[in-house]
Design a protein around this ligand. Sequence first.
Ligand SMILES: *Cc1c(COP(=O)(O)O)cnc(C)c1O
Length: 360
Amino acid sequence: MNRPYNFSAGPAMLPQSVLEQAQQEMLDWRGSGMSVMEMSHRGKEFLSIAEQAEADLRELMGIGDDYAVLFLQGGASSQFSMVPVNLLGEKSGADYINTGAWSKKAIAEARRYGEVHIAATTEADNFTRAPEQNELQLDAEAAYVHYTPNETIGGVEFPYVPETNGVPLVADMSSTILSRPVDVSRFGVIYAGAQKNIGPAGLTLVIVRRDLIGHARAGQPTMFDYKTHADNGSMYNTPPTYAWYLAGLVFQWLKALGGLEAMARINQRKAELLYSAIDASDFYSNPVSIESRSWMNVPFTLADPALDPVFLDEAREAGLLTLKGHRSVGGMRASIYNAMPEEGVQALVDFMADFEARNG
Ligand SMILES: *Cc1c(COP(=O)(O)O)cnc(C)c1O
């Protein structure tokens, strides 16, 4: 089946082979007589699916036994609260790095629980770059340092992992997790909504160092305590079973591809193809400083914004979907997550050249 290329920022494309496998297994998962959607989360069939998915993720990311992997609901947005609830402890505050729209949301939520110290902000540069390590004004007494490795709306990605000198580092990896290898041991908490690079919406992945579990603020909801979920294998209540299953299929797909190093090479090629097409033209532009450009989300504008609706209409007819930029930014945004094939980016670049030739 020939499907169009979908550049949505999230929920986003999934690998076609994963969707086909899910389709084949939809009515009868491997002789069980049930769809995964109809299974008890405590039955042996689903437990095997859940365990395999976690084992595959641990292998892909190199997650040590000193970390718990939680399969939760509530989205990355719930983690904006759960992180301070679980990590502030006796400390009065935490450091936050502000690089754009998602950082700001995390900061606003953390302010409900404690003092937020802004360790760095690139707002004066209109959030077109990540701050450098030597710009970070870190408080050695902070409970943790929070940052957004990839700002999905601005298309700004950190080219390095901040050094925090022993203070737990917390990362909202929603739009970059699994796009390249990371050294998990550098982090206290990694969290991500699934709908960009993991699977369907409804699942939220939290990778948390075990010594950070068990210190939740008193009086907070049971469901907001990492310990509740870590002690119960993410099955204190009914987990998002179907999304967990689909995430597992995506992990298998990544392993078959050669793991995160192979994925990173492909992602880097895709990003370079698109950015070099943008940079080579006077018609398209991207405002982000070169070293901070995202491999996953590529915002760009047309020289004449009056052409935006024409561009979008013609792109859709050419089989290139969901290129409209975020409502807060305008212009275009091409999200080229793991599941976007190289041919999709090539098709976009070809379309852009043709559109420029006709309208530039
Ligand atoms: C999409 C996104 C979110 C919000 O995720 P939800 O799962 O919708 O809560 C948060 N942070 C980043 C970086 C995102 O890309």
